[in-house]
Ligand binder design. Structure first.
Ligand code: CXF
Ligand code: ZN
Length: 361
């Protein structure tokens, strides 16, 4: 089966024919139909996050189940599924306490040095056990979520990362209350979902911050009440001025130290900064020692603090009711072999979200 392989940081993805194992215990074989092109994949391409090379990236994915291994009961052959990049075990302390996004218990018997994919004799790893930039994936079935027949797989793929991450950061991690004020740094795929979830949560002000004017225009369509171009002006001062002292919630949706610190500085006394972007692991985020007196909170948000079986169906219902715009996020579609071009466009900041059409349903 065809897959886009990353051989090392800062190298182009290469199309190769890989062999793929049968699904083992707890696993499913899924035919990939659509994969979103996300900044997190780009982090691995650029080497800001370390990977186990050669590897197949792609974690914002939807497809159709082709076969299941022993012991799998949550999906059957033919199910149309979101392929989640966390596969909760269902019985660890995190799963049991309503935080399955933090589960890190393996749900397969597969050893990391014996992955399901091989290029000749060489093992090939899969990003987040998904490896969605491929015609097929063998992955832990606990990460699969069956979707209704009337939802497109492009929509489903986006729910698998950017929508869940952005919506969940607002609703689950921050718990934004009606009337509160919000700033969002980064109006990309995740940032736009933070914006539209903040609108849904009843935020009174939603200030989008970006350096690309075109993206700020899209942010307005998704619910931003104000925009700040951080290329022209100091975004912290601008947000403080617009709100008379700062916002209740500052969201960082880029993954940089500097913008994380800005999100914290934009939050008012008693306010909260939520770091959603993938800040490189070696970076340190500095905040003022006055945090105690200002009663400010700095917190991270991973996969929107998702409780998958509650949140993803809920998101799809909100989409069907027209309360969340997911179709409007997809600004470009590519064929699978145009993958390097898709990443070049993502890097240039031209698109909200592009998707790769990898297979047929
Ligand atoms: C990432 C986080 C690291 C693993 C893959 C997905 N999150 C969103 O893009
Ligand atoms: Zn992603």
């Amino acid at each position: 089966m065809k897959a886009a392989v990353l051989n090392g940081p800062q190298t182009p993805l290469e199309m190769h024919d890989l062999t793929i194992d049968e699904p083992g215990a707890g696993e499913a074989l899924v035919r990939v139909v659509v994969a979103g092109v996300c900044h997190s994949d780009l982090h691995f391409i650029e080497g800001t996050y370390p990977g186990r090379y050669p590897m197949v990236l792609g974690h914002e994915v939807a497809g159709v189940v082709e076969a299941v291994g022993p012991g799998v009961t949550n999906v059957v052959r033919g199910d149309r599924v979101i392929m989640g990049f966390v596969q909760p075990c269902g019985h660890c302390n995190f799963c049991d306490s309503g935080r399955p996004n933090l589960c890190s218990t393996s749900t397969t018997t597969r050893r990391p040095d014996q992955p399901a994919l091989k290029l000749g004799d060489a093992p090939v790893s899969q990003m987040a056990n998904v490896g969605g930039f491929a015609e097929q994936s063998v992955m832990p079935a606990s990460g699969l979520l069956k979707i209704p027949d009337d939802v497109g797989l492009d929509v489903a793929a986006l729910v698998g990362c950017s929508v869940m991450t952005g919506y969940g950061a607002v609703v689950n991690t921050a718990k934004v209350e009606p009337g509160s004020t919000v700033a969002v740094i980064g109006a990309g795929g995740v940032g736009l979902n933070i914006i539209q979830a903040a609108r849904l949560a009843g935020a009174s002000r939603i200030i989008a911050v970006d350096m690309i004017e075109h993206k700020l225009g899209i942010a307005k369509d998704f619910g931003a009440t104000d925009t700040v171009n951080a290329g022209d002006t100091d975004p912290v001062a601008a947000v403080k001025e617009l709100t008379g002292g700062g916002v209740d919630y500052g969201f960082e949706a880029i993954g940089l130290k500097v913008t994380s610190e800005q999100a914290y500085q934009m939050a008012k006394r008693g306010g909260t900064a939520v770091i959603v972007g993938m800040v490189p692991p070696m970076e340190q985020i500095n905040v003022s020692g006055m945090i105690w007196m200002e009663e400010k909170t700095l917190k991270g948000s991973f996969y929107g603090s998702a409780r998958f079986h509650t949140d993803m169906p809920r998101i799809l219902d909100l989409y069907k009711q027209g309360k969340l715009d997911i179709d409007g996020l997809v600004t470009k579609r590519y064929q699978f072999d145009e993958i390097n071009e898709a990443f070049a466009t993502l890097k240039s900041g031209e698109v909200a979200r592009s998707v790769l059409e990898i297979g047929a349903e």
